[in-house]
Design a protein around this ligand. Structure first.
Ligand SMILES: [Zn+2]
Length: 132
């Protein structure tokens, strides 16, 4: 698959946002709660030859997108294995995560590396939660 440096079209961006119901497909934040506009993520980054096809795009909050960067996986140090991140196109959120007390808890190795690298539970990301 050739590297694709063509920007994602506005039409595709709108379809991806609508498909996601305007919610971050990783951490479930609603875009109306964000001061900064949500973004379109290449699930498999262009650096790794991911395409602009909508099957490779996700609607994300700026925090998830920045923390993910061009990464596609991390290391699960409990098993010392490389584990891919959650893929909102092929995985089911509730099989990898659950909400608990205002935090997102991982249920699987995929969930664990995604929670860790995307920093789902940073205090700054939960300003309305009682974490003190
Ligand atoms: Zn997010």
């Amino acid at each position: 698959m050739p590297t694709n440096n063509t920007p994602v079209s506005l039409t595709a961006r709108k379809r991806v946002a609508q498909r996601a119901s305007y919610i971050c497909e990783y951490c479930l934040e609603q875009d109306e709660n964000s001061f900064i506009g949500f973004e379109i993520d290449h699930i498999i980054s262009r650096k790794h030859k991911g395409s602009n096809d909508e099957s490779n795009l996700a609607y994300t909050c700026p925090d998830c997108n920045r923390n993910k960067g061009t990464d596609i996986a991390s290391i699960d140090w409990s098993s010392q294995e490389i584990v891919r991140f959650f893929n909102p196109r092929t995985d089911i959120w509730a099989e990898h995560f659950r909400l608990s007390g205002g935090f997102i808890e991982p249920l699987t190795p995929i969930g664990k590396v995604t929670v860790d690298i995307f920093r789902f539970n940073d205090r700054v990301r939960l300003p309305d939660k009682d974490v003190f």
